[in-house]
Design a protein around this ligand. Sequence first.
Ligand code: NAD
Ligand code: UFG
Length: 336
Amino acid sequence: MKVLVTGGLGYIGSHTCVQMLNAGMEPIIVDNLCNAKIAVLDRIEALTNIRPQFYQGDIRDETFLDDVFSKHAIQSVIHFAGLKAVGESVAKPLEYYDNNVNGSLVLARAMRTAGVKSIIFSSSATVYGDPESVPITESSSVGATTNPYGRSKYMVEGCLTDFYQSQPDWSVTFARYFNPVGAHPSGTMGEDPQGIPNNLMPFIAQVAVGRRDKLSIFGDDYATPDGTGVRDYIHVMDVADGHLVALNRVGQKAGLHIYNLGTGKGSSVIEMLDAFSQACGKPVPYEICPRRPGDIGACWASTEKAEKQLGWKATRSVLEMTADTWHWQSKNPQGY
Ligand code: NAD
Ligand code: UFG
């Protein structure tokens, strides 16, 4: 199966491409390298012995996309490309709406021109906002987003839902990721944030490897067992596998398909820190700081729908998430 993968050299996209190649699928990667390095392509090749077709370009460039579609008999699109830093989105809302919303519209138009009717869109648990209750099911209310990044995801879901209503023979899937972490078990691919990491796991990894002094824990007064924030961390390899299952099970089935990609279990910041210390064999220094504005206390997924309808369940443990992150970070202290 030939699949166009936008953002395929990014963190989740690269792990998904490796799993696709291992399964005999043919990813065709489009990435403008705004948040990825070309070295990722070499790492994908080293792991799979296949160098996937790669086009450097921007999904907002319709002529470029038309050209890529005209060169390959593409059956489906996995749409990872987008900007994802919450804080940056507050400072640069126009750039976020342009890249994430406009980029998705241009992509959908190019797909329509090419007659490609299957898309899996990288959405996020952020569309649920501060949930009324946990676990969060796919029918929990959406839209109470708290920043332009989250709104851009919610807006793309809205645009693609309207588009699907007009084209009911399409397969449109929203994969709502919870907190992807971890790295390829080989230690050759992983998350490589530019600048100061926004997210917990890469920050802990950079403290452990000596690039930063200590972790700031944002709040210990939430209504959670140890007071620190609770999230549903999911191994990036499970997220990758979830895409393959979705492609096979619903990617060619007309409909609007919505799935949470999570483990169904929440872990606190302290629990993640402890698991990481175990993985790297030393304590990771931290200090308790005030809450981060916009953060919620606890959030984890209901995985029932994905289990029932896709027959898919995340299998990797928190210890594997931290061990694989440490393997990657210690082998590549400065990233790619
Ligand atoms: P990433 O930044 O590592 O990957 C995104 C890739 O898209 C990068 O390689 C970047 O260069 C590329 N890109 C961005 N804009 C582009 C454009 N206009 N044209 C072409 N390429 C472009 O991010 P990731 O963590 O791999 O996330 C992938 C997707 O999943 C994103 O849409 C993100 O919003 C979503 N998501 C991520 C998380 C997470 O915690 N990582 C959680 C929920 C949702
Ligand atoms: N945290 C710290 N210190 C840090 C970083 C994070 O204590 O340096 C805490 C946060 O307060 C939170 C938890 O660790 O309690 C997780 O924070 P992350 O920033 O790693 O993840 P978030 O759940 O805040 O957000 C992530 C993505 C968003 C996405 C959301 C839901 O960054 O893009 O998951 O999918 F929208």
